[in-house]
Design a protein around this ligand. Structure first.
Ligand code: AHR
Length: 511
């Protein structure tokens, strides 16, 4: 048995929970759109072709904002292809994923779907093969009421009211050699600055995300952000971060500690942003949009049926990176969400990549069922319960040795306090594969408290850490009651099973 003592105090907070932290991502990639959220002819499809079974799972998952339409896809995408009469839309080669894009699903369809799913839209513009004019025109098409070429075209295409899209990405991963139309930091910084100006001339109320490094290992990480923001600091509101993690060579301990890397990555980007702010004598604050993150088995899983990176041959919606997630992955995803919450004073937007089928919490089969992957559960519970203020935790935990990160806390946690509703939400991961953890949470100053609910995701009976939900056994991994959680003398006492992620909701006496 290991031990962990967490102290929380109503006066020690990080800030309000940014609800956009629980975002997701729909890219025209693999089967995320086609046979994912959209499949005309499926027994569960509505008149518009939206899969109602998938929509129900999306609502249960609870993302607040969804990034669209890419990703690498956006860097070669012509948004005009996806509007207007469907029968007139062109079929194109998508070079990013070596796929044929039918354009049956485009902007209007996504706006309709987002309304149904009750999510905010985060729209990306193509700054790979395109530039200022096409991005400016798209804002006019989407957000200008009427009386101009682009806004009237939207009306002709069936949408009398503007879409009023507030959040926009200025391209995607343009530092990457794999990106269509990749750029140097100088080239991108100037383009982002000029595109941002033109987009805000059309609609000054929009918020813009500049492209940061594609990951922390990029050789230009740090200098890329510095150069881009030196050009565009005044014009943009956020800089993006992307990170994907996987278990390497069976080293589960290091994998379970990857949130240590995520914490350090975020701290590094904050330092760079603030250095540009100071040097440029700026007064406004640029924050972070962590608009792609997840577990992604980028190496080691490639099969004929499940190719990674690009499809083989030109086909519509090939099966791409449909990773199956196990119990270990779910615990790691829980800790990533803790890391984002810990940085909620600066990370204001985050998007798990992606929503359906493509490295996703939801899976679906063409003509068949849809189900929840293991990683669905920490996201769904945190998105639902993380409200009010983020509490700053003092954690005193048994240490666990890892090859990559040295000694790390065996228990990782985050907590929020919803004063209005009188609840505290505790999110708790036990990283040990072998030992339960004896947990005490000292609730200083938070008043008399009772346990409203306590749930845990862990290895199911008869399973191991690699069990997953699959088409023939869709509910193997999920949440079960966490028994024996008590409040004694102003402290929560619980035992966290080995390799587990838990959520405990407490009722507090209101002030
Ligand atoms: O989410 C899958 C891909 O990962 C995205 O298209 C790209 O932006 C990133 O490299």
């Amino acid at each position: 048995m290991t031990t962990a003592r967490i102290t929380i105090d109503r006066d020690f907070t990080i800030g309000d929970v940014p609800r956009r932290l629980f975002g997701s991502f729909v890219e025209h990639m693999g089967r995320c759109v086609y046979t994912g959220i959209y499949e005309p002819g499926h027994p569960q499809a509505d008149a518009r072709g939206f899969r109602k079974d998938v929509l129900a799972l999306v609502k249960e998952l609870g993302p607040t904002v969804v990034r669209y339409p890419g990703g690498n896809f956006v860097s070669g995408y012509l948004w005009e292809d996806g509007v207007g009469p469907v029968e007139k839309r062109p079929r194109r080669l998508d070079g990013a994923w070596h796929t044929i894009e039918s354009n049956a699903f485009g902007l209007h369809e996504f706006v309709e779907w987002a309304k149904e799913a009750d999510v905010e839209i985060m729209e990306a513009v193509n700054l790979g093969t395109r530039g200022v004019e096409e991005a400016r025109a798209l804002v006019e098409y989407a957000n200008h009421p009427s009386g101009t070429y682009w806004s009237d075209l939207r009306r002709t295409n069936g949408a009398a009211d503007p879409f009023d899209i507030k959040l926009w990405c200025l391209g995607n991963e343009l530092d990457g050699p794999w990106q269509i139309g990749g750029k140097t930091a100088q080239e991108y910084g100037r383009l982002a600055q000029e595109t941002a100006k033109a987009m805000k001339f059309v609609d000054p109320s929009i918020e813009l995300v500049a492209v940061g490094s594609s990951n922390r290992q990029m050789p230009t990480f740090g200098s890329w952000e510095h150069t881009v923001l030196t050009h565009a600091y005044d014009e943009v509101d956020y800089i993006s971060m992307h990170a994907y993690y996987q278990e390497h060579d069976g080293d589960a301990a290091s994998f379970l500690a990857e949130a240590v890397d995520m914490d350090a990555f975020i701290d590094g980007v904050i330092a760079t942003v603030d250095a540009v702010k100071a040097a440029g004598k700026h007064t406004k604050q640029v924050d972070i949009s962590f608009d792609e993150w997840n577990v992604w088995y980028q190496s080691g899983l490639e099969t004929e049926d499940q190719p990674h990176q690009v499809a083989k041959g030109w086909r519509e919606y090939p099966r791409l990176i449909e990773d199956t997630y196990n119990v270990t992955d779910a615990v790691v995803v829980g800790t990533f969400l803790h890391s984002l919450l810990r940085h909620g004073d600066r990370v204001k937007i985050a998007n798990q990549a992606q929503l359906v089928n493509v490295i996703a919490p939801i899976r679906s089969e063409q003509g068949g069922p849809a189900w929840r992957q293991s990683i669905f559960w920490p996201f769904a519970r945190i998105a639902s319960h993380a409200r009010g203020r983020i509490l700053r935790l003092a954690i005193d935990s048994t240490q666990m040795a890892t090859k990559r990160y040295g000694d790390v806390d065996v228990v990782d946690a985050a907590a929020t306090w919803d004063e209005e509703n009188g609840t505290i939400a505790l999110f708790l991961a036990n990283r040990s594969l072998t030992d339960a953890s004896d947990l005490t949470v000292d609730l200083r100053g938070l008043g008399a408290t009772t346990v409203r609910s306590a749930e845990v995701l862990t290895v199911p009976e008869g399973g191991d850490r690699l069990v997953a939900n699959v088409v023939d056994d869709q509910d193997r991994v999920g949440l079960t009651p966490l028994r024996g959680v008590d409040v004694v003398d102003g402290a929560v006492r619980a035992t966290l099973p080995p390799l587990s992620w838990s959520v405990v909701i407490l009722d507090t006496a209101r002030a």
